[in-house]
Write a protein that binds this ligand. Structure first.
Ligand SMILES: NC(=O)c1ccc[n+]([C@@H]2O[C@H](COP(=O)([O-])OP(=O)(O)OC[C@H]3O[C@@H](n4cnc5c(N)ncnc54)[C@H](OP(=O)(O)O)[C@@H]3O)[C@@H](O)[C@H]2O)c1
Length: 307
């Protein structure tokens, strides 16, 4: 895969995406606006982030400020499937359809580019997948996919004879490098999208209540290696981690509430991590997911039995 600012993956998704998790509604508006001005053309949202009205306003203002059109943007959003253990009712086929329609209103859009099931947390996940297939057929989303699905969960869809997911959004960074799952996705033409690529940094989710302190102790070795490579290549540590994901063939999502970091995180197209340093980073994997750890839930391992 060519890695350049204008490159897109197999579903026409720009390689760098701006994430909106842990942004309050007003912040989402400002940050999405800033991200579009900085050059991001791919925005990642979710029903569960409770800020889509802000993202919608930011999109509208940002599109105008950047002098572009809606079609220049790739917008992903996600269905929260429900999770019995959290007392959140599991969504049926009809509720899944209705949810995207509400999200479109909040986002001020006629369609999204990619609609994902946020995680395989519901025993109705095949029924929800059928609803996504219908949403694609009806044009409310251009592509459909999943998030936090392992090989077993994807195979449930294939074994049921349903259309395969076009993308799988998963946590991916040197401490959590999913080598086998990545190979499986590539073999099955399922586009890999990386979230929480900056989780190894000491600056990741440091504000009160964001949960970045959980598992902080396991990050030291990765921070040392990342900082040495950053110094050698004269780029930031964040840029090393983002570029590592891109060189593995992923589209990479990053989030920041700070304009200077939003700009910095796009500076990943004018350098390359040499093979020897990729090797060092690749050797650090503990297969340890970090992003959801503060909630006490492993979204990839929590699937209830199918109904
Ligand atoms: N599907 C899923 O289950 C799932 C799970 C998690 C995330 N996601 C998606 O993926 C997106 C990215 O993941 P993430 O939110 O964990 O974001 P991330 O980009 O991996 O990390 C964001 C954290 O790093 C800090 N940061 C950002 N840029 C930095 C830089 N250049 N230097 C130092 N620190 C920097 C941010 O702080 P400031 O904000 O203070 O700058 C924030 O605390 C999310 O926003 C969401 O859209 C999906």
């Amino acid at each position: 895969m060519e890695i350049s600012e204008s490159a897109r993956n197999g579903i026409d998704m720009p390689l760098m995406g701006f994430g909106t998790y842990q942004l309050a509604t007003a912040q989402a508006e400002l940050c999405v606006y800033e991200a579009l001005k900085a050059g991001f053309r791919h925005i990642d949202s979710a029903e569960g982030y409770n800020n889509e009205e802000g993202t919608g306003k930011g999109l509208q203002k940002g599109i105008k400020a950047a002098g572009i059109t809606r079609d220049d943007i790739f917008l992903t959003t996600k269905l929260f499937p429900g999770y019995k253990q959290w007392g959140a009712p599991e969504k049926t086929y009809e509720q899944t359809i209705a949810t995207l329609k509400t999200q479109l209103k909040n986002l001020r859009l006629d369609y999204v580019d990619l609609y994902l099931i946020h995680a395989p947390l519901s025993e109705l996940r095949l029924e929800q997948w059928n609803a996504l297939v219908h949403l694609k057929e009806s044009g409310l989303t251009k592509h459909i996919g999943v998030s936090n699905y392992n090989e077993g969960r994807i195979n449930e869809i294939l074994d049921a004879g349903l259309p395969k997911p076009e993308a799988n959004q998963i946590e991916f960074h040197p401490i959590c490098a999913r080598v086998d799952l990545t190979r499986y996705m590539k073999e099955n033409s399922i586009e890999p999208v990386a979230y929480s690529s900056l989780a190894p940094l000491s600056t990741w989710r440091t504000e009160e209540g964001q949960g970045g302190e959980v598992l902080a102790g396991i990050k030291k070795e990765c921070q040392k290696v990342t900082s040495e490579i950053a110094l050698k290549l004269k780029v930031s540590e964040a840029n090393v981690l983002i570029r590592w994901g891109l060189q593995h063939g992923y589209s990479v999502l990053t989030k920041s509430s700070k304009p200077e970091r939003i700009h910095e995180n796009l500076k990943v197209f004018d350098f390359e991590i040499p093979g020897i340093d990729m090797g060092h980073l690749n050797s650090l994997s503990l297969n340890q997911a970090i992003a959801w750890a503060a909630s006490g839930l492993d979204p990839m391992g929590a699937a209830p039995t199918l109904k």
